[in-house]
Every structure is written in C-alpha cells, then in structure tokens.
Design a protein around this ligand. Structure first.
Ligand code: NAG
Ligand code: NAG
Ligand code: NAG
Ligand code: NAG
Ligand code: NAG
Length: 281
C-alpha cells in the first residue's frame, strides 16, 4: 500500500468542504514520480481506490491508470496557458477512472452486459463521483457539466478524432489515455518525465493484461463487442465467436436485400458531380 492510501483516510475526515480545486484558483499539489499533480480529497480517494481495488486480479491497471494521469499532468505542466485553462481535478479523476469497465470482479458495479467498456467506464465514473460526494461532501461542485466532462473524456477514449471537438477538459482525459499508446515519445512530456513515470509505474504487463481483458469481454458479453474493435479479439481468440452476421455491414446488406425485394421496379441512378463524388475535391 502506498503512502497516499494512508494519508487519504485522514484527508477524507477533513474534507467536508472541498474547494473547487481547479481553474478557479489555487489548489493543493503534491509530487508523484517527479510530476507536480493536484492533491484534493477526491483525487486522493481515487488514488486509494485504484491502488487497492485492482490488487487481486488486475494490478497492471493500477500502473496504467497512474501513468495515464501522470503523462497527462506532465504534458499539461509544460504549458502554463493550458494548465490555467484546465480543470485539473476533472482531468485527474477522469484519467484514473477511465477503465472502470475493465473490471472482472464478481458482480462488478462497473460493468454491464449491454454496453461497451467505454460507455460503462464513463457512466460509472460519474456514479463513482456522485457516490463519493454524497458521503464526503462537494456534490455542489460536481455539477452536471463537470460530470459530463469526465463522462465524455472517458467514453470517447477509443473513438479516434471525436474528442477533438468536445470540452477541452474532456479532450485532455482522452489525450492522456493516448499517451499510453505512443508513436514515439511526446515532446510535451520529455524523456526525464517518461523515465520517472515508467520507473515508478512499470508498463511491463500492460499489453498482456489488455489482451486478456479484451478477449474476455468477447467471451462474457459478445453482443456488446460485435460492432466494435473488440470483435477482432473475439474472431481471433474465442472459439465459437463470429461477428460476421452482426456487423453494421451485415445490417446494411440485409436492409439492401430487403429494399430491392420490396421496390424492385424503382430505378436508382446515383448522379455523380464533377468531383467524381469526392467531397474533399
Ligand atoms: C499551450 O496551450 C494553449 C492553450 O490550449 C495553446 O493555444 C498553445 O498552442 C499551447 N502552446 C504550445 C507550445 O503547445
Ligand atoms: C453507488 O452507490 C450505490 C449504493 O451504495 C451502489 O449500489 C452503486 O454500485 C455505487 N456505484 C458505483 C459506480 O460505485
Ligand atoms: C514501457 O516502458 C519502457 C521503459 O521501462 C519503455 O522503454 C517503453 O517504450 C514503454 N512501452 C510503451 C509501449 O510505452
Ligand atoms: C492473447 O490472448 C489470447 C486469448 O486469451 C491468448 O490465446 C494469447 O496467448 C494471448 N497472447 C499473449 C501474447 O499473451
Ligand atoms: C462466420 O459466419 C459467416 C456467416 O455466417 C460464415 O460465412 C463464416 O464461415 C463464419 N466463420 C467462421 C470462422 O466460422
């Protein structure tokens, strides 16, 4: 157990009135793996949660969630203008709760059969925050907008490009997740920070854990995976799994066959504009 787990218990007791600890003014900070980070009661509580909850079955997640937060914080710290604009508490909480839907514990409160892990992670992060503030105070500061900033940043984590046009606070949650899957090191983070973060929170089993988790989702909730990239894990690794008949392509093709059968005599001639139908020209 990390030191933060111990202090957070003490902090919770004195957290009756949490300050809006973000872009609206000063907030307490601490240093983790050499990175200056926000240090409010809810952030400490989230840290304690990810340090303890995943111990038994998914310890690589603790490290992944810490790295996500710290890579993001390091990048944000490198730009004072950006740092002043962002709600760092939303960033911290969202970054560290972004994989709630990966849970495999019995009767998990963070997983449903009907929704993808991205959606479950976002919605249950909002619920996690509401539950925490109901007990520890601060519910007034977590209005619907802040909750939805967390939700969007988490929900859009695998939806490439989409986060570019949502709240900046949400964008930085998604961007921070992206730092875990680098195409070279980001200059916003810098090699000293990378090395400090990797040394404190090793990435040595992230991809094996991910491979198991994604394949397992294709086993226990195949319907929620057929139309997503998780179908590749199912088709490759899960005996009896076959997404072919459930893809959006299959759905449209079935509609196409039905339409042609229903309206066989209606001609369809697609007129082609001078750009050849390429709206980018
Ligand atoms: C710093 O952040 C601001 C606000 O988001 C942005 O406009 C600017 O381009 C950033 N500067 C650099 C050097 O990335
Ligand atoms: C929130 O609290 C309720 C009541 O204890 C519980 O049933 C639910 O699972 C909690 N949700 C989360 C996301 O922790
Ligand atoms: C994992 O961490 C090591 C340093 O311990 C680093 O060299 C490597 O690039 C990291 N891998 C990824 C995918 O980030
Ligand atoms: C990836 O997961 C599949 C399904 O569990 C497993 O068969 C395969 O060995 C895993 N790959 C590695 C390198 O762990
Ligand atoms: C998957 O289902 C499709 C359509 O039913 C079928 O054509 C294909 O052979 C199946 N693939 C495998 C690997 O069973």
């Amino acid at each position: 157990m990390k030191f933060s787990s111990i202090v957070s218990g003490l902090a919770l007791a004195s957290a009756a009135v949490a300050s809006p600890a973000c872009k609206r003014g000063k907030y307490p900070t601490t240093t983790v793996a050499g990175i200056e980070v926000i240090d409010t009661p809810i952030v400490r509580a989230v840290r304690t949660f990810i340090e303890t909850y995943y111990k038994d079955y998914q310890p690589y997640l603790t490290n992944h969630l810490y790295r996500t937060w710290l890579f993001g914080a390091a990048a944000i710290n490198s730009n004072a203008t950006l740092k002043a604009e962002l709600d760092l508490e939303v960033h911290a909480v969202g970054s560290m709760l972004h994989d709630l839907g990966w849970d495999i514990k019995p009767h998990s409160p963070y997983v449903t059969a009907d929704y993808s892990f991205e959606i479950d992670s976002g919605r249950f992060a909002m619920e996690w925050i509401k539950n925490w503030t109901a007990i520890n105070g601060g519910a007034d500061e977590w209005d619907e907008v802040r909750l939805q900033k967390v939700n969007l940043g988490i929900m859009l984590q695998t939806f490439i490009g989409a986060p570019d046009f949502v709240f900046l606070d949400s964008q930085w949650i998604t961007k921070s997740v992206g730092f875990e899957f680098p195409v070279g090191e980001s200059p916003l983070i810098g090699s000293t920070n990378y090395n400090n973060i990797w040394a404190a929170y090793s990435n040595d089993t992230l991809f094996r854990g991910t491979n198991y988790t994604f394949t397992n989702m294709a086993v226990y909730k195949p319907e929620a995976t057929y139309k997503t990239f998780l179908s590749d894990f199912g088709n490759n690794y899960v005996p009896g799994y076959n997404s072919t008949d459930y893809t959006l392509f299959a759905l449209i093709q079935a509609g196409l066959d039905g339409e042609v059968a229903e309206y066989p005599d209606v001609p369809f001639v697609q007129k082609i504009p001078p750009n050849g139908g390429n709206p980018l020209m």
